[in-house]
Design a binder for this molecule. Structure first.
Ligand SMILES: [Zn+2]
Length: 395
């Protein structure tokens, strides 16, 4: 059954509050995410923007030396200097410590952080911040944050602007949760779980869009599993061009949930079509260098009339299309060739490797009224949405 999946903004906001409040008191799963992980930060200033916070100041062996209750709009300056972390609040000096923790009390708390790097705009983060030293003169910053708040932050950083459809954000939230469950040990040797760079998942602070927050909380605990019950890697690309690709054709490894299939939902959208012109002599020389006799008329005919109208092929005269895509910097492997004077015209469809979920196809499905689980089952063959105990799964 299709449904109208546009929710009135006010209703969404009420639902967000409902989810946040109803999870209060329950054990919320938290995650440690290193923030500003690609920047050298020597100084930050923090302002508690919402809720209640205390500042715990620690020395050797995690011993609490001082605990300060903060007022909203207090400005806490934190500086790495001489193997210590110097603290001042509203310009009055507090002292030097080894570890500083900004800890939220109760529910719905977030703080603002500005750094000494003028290229980075101030950001807001939910929940807690743990500050230690790196190399004696840099701050090492970890946002200890509730899982669903982190998930909404990632979804907003990566996909906001593409649509306002709630089911699409729910779908994105589940994919982010799958990534977390599969990769939570990626940085375990470095005392945190994930970084905020694209190395893990881009995360630039808390989400503030109701649709995104709603998507994360309404799908709490939901992950995508394959037919054997394993949490899958949710590969995606921008647009499949009308046919998705099998993982085997791209990486040589088959997966039962990553099979190529016809995908009419992706026929449209801004990344659907592309074209490229290549000098015929360069195109022929490329294949000649691969050991192909391009003087043969029938071979030349194939080189300028290659077609994938009936679906994706793996190679052109034995040269893998993934290799051709890489060598000519093409948007996709899904193209046809046409003779065009002294050139060959490549008429392409789609953007990206084509494996798994087509993001533009998913948006179109959601906007047509399909529910998030129907989109998942369409793009990941045999996969299902399953609810798990986040806390148990996380260990
Ligand atoms: Zn990382």
């Amino acid at each position: 059954m299709r449904k109208n999946n546009k929710i009135h903004l006010f209703t969404q906001l009420l639902l967000v509050f409902f989810f946040v409040f109803s999870s209060f008191g329950l054990k919320a799963q938290k995650i440690d995410v290193r923030i500003f992980s690609t920047n050298k930060i020597k100084e930050i200033s923090l302002v508690p923007s919402f809720g209640n916070y205390v500042l715990q100041l620690k020395k050797g062996n995690n011993k609490i030396e001082k605990e300060i209750e903060l007022n909203r709009k207090d400005i806490i300056k934190i500086q790495a200097k001489n193997n210590n972390i110097g603290i001042s609040i509203n310009d009055s000096l507090i002292g030097d410590y080894e570890k500083v923790e900004l800890l939220s009390q109760g529910l719905m708390n977030f703080f603002k952080i500005s750094t000494d790097n003028s290229d980075i705009k101030p950001r807001h983060y939910d929940d807690n911040l743990i500050i230690t030293l790196k190399n004696g003169n840099e701050l090492f910053l970890i946002n200890n944050v509730e899982l669903e708040s982190y998930i909404s932050g990632v979804v907003q950083a990566e996909t906001w602007g593409a649509t306002k459809n709630v089911d699409f954000f729910k779908l994105q939230a589940i994919c982010v949760r799958n990534y977390i469950m599969r990769n939570a040990k990626k940085h375990s040797k470095e005392d945190f779980q994930l970084c905020d760079d694209v190395h893990c998942q881009a995360y630039k602070g808390r989400a503030n869009k109701a649709e995104v927050i709603f998507g994360a909380y309404d799908s709490k605990g939901e992950v995508i599993v394959d037919s054997l019950g394993n949490i899958i890697e949710t590969l995606f690309h921008a647009n499949s061009g009308g046919y998705t690709e099998s993982s085997e054709n791209v990486w040589g490894r088959p997966f039962s949930h990553l099979l190529g299939k016809r995908d009419t939902f992706s026929m449209g959208g801004k990344s659907y079509l592309w074209e490229k012109y290549i000098k015929l002599k360069d195109w022929k020389r490329y294949f000649k260098d691969k050991g192909i006799d391009v003087r043969n008329d029938s071979i030349e005919n194939i080189l300028v009339n290659f077609s994938q109208k009936d679906g994706r092929k793996k190679d052109l005269l034995g040269v893998p299309l993934v290799q051709i895509r890489k060598d000519f910097n093409l948007r996709s492997t899904f193209f046809d060739c046409k003779e065009w004077g002294s050139e060959v015209k490549l008429e392409g469809r789609g953007y990206g490797h084509g494996v798994g979920m087509s993001q533009q196809g998913a948006i179109i499905m959601c906007e047509q009224g399909y529910e998030y689980w129907q989109v998942i089952e369409f793009y990941y063959t045999g996969a299902k949405v399953k609810r798990v105990d986040e806390e148990k799964e996380f260990k």
